[in-house]
Design a protein around this ligand. Structure first.
Ligand code: HEC
Length: 180
């Protein structure tokens, strides 16, 4: 009789364990339900990362090799001219923004709500800020990346960058690019 009681306890225990296991597995599968990936958005983010690297590398190289005193054409000015040309050709929009609060050119201050929020977020240490917008039925990615005081030479013309940590963002690149 005792053995019989033990056996039924064992069976009950096995049943409860199996039930718990299945309910856990069920939950796991429910959470892992494959979310449809937005591949076009992923590709656009990748394009922005690539452009960001190309633009920033160019500015550093130009500053290193061609900007030796305050009268030389600053890489920032050259970058703005390049951004205008790229924008006019319809590839994407990109703006060089101030994040220090003291821009050389007021035109470079954050203008709309996205840019203002981007400056705020990147200054607080975020490496990336983005929003997806719709214009005339088309989707666009707006993305912003930080510009730190990359080199000593930057302070030659931007007095206010002196004394900042090398990683403090003093500027932002703000992109608006179609999601195709
Ligand atoms: C030779 C002087 C000079 C040097 C060196 C220089 N800049 Fe500038 N920078 C300027 C000028 C002038 C502008 C305004 C350009 C315009 O709006 O046409 C500017 C604009 C900027 C802006 C936009 C905000 C603003 O102040 O108007 C940022 C951000 C910026 N520079 C970052 C840098 C960084 C980072 C470096 C170092 C890699 C650097 N600059 C080196 C002269 C310089």
């Amino acid at each position: 009789m005792k053995n019989c009681q033990n056996l039924s306890k064992l069976l009950l225990c096995a049943f409860v364990t199996t039930a718990i296991l299945f309910s856990c597995l069920g939950n796991t599968f429910a959470e892992d339900k494959p979310v449809k990936k937005d591949r076009a958005l992923e590709r656009t983010r990748d394009t922005v990362r690539m452009l960001d690297d190309v633009y920033k590398t160019a500015v550093i190289l130009i500053t290193t090799h061609y900007v030796n005193d305050e009268d030389d054409l600053p890489a920032g000015t050259a970058a703005i001219a390049l951004f205008d040309a790229i924008n006019k050709k319809g590839w994407h929009e990109v703006r060089l923004l101030d994040a220090s609060g003291e821009p050389i050119n007021d035109e470079n201050s954050a203008k709309d709500a996205f840019e203002k929020m981007a400056v705020k977020q990147l200054k607080s240490g975020e490496p990336w800020y983005e929003e997806i917008i719709k214009k005339n039925g088309k989707r666009y990615l707006r993305a912003a990346t930080p510009i730190p005081v990359v080199m000593q030479k930057c302070t030659m013309c931007h007095d206010n960058y002196k004394g900042l940590e090398k990683n403090d963002p003093i500027g932002v690149l703000s992109y608006t690019i179609p999601i195709k």
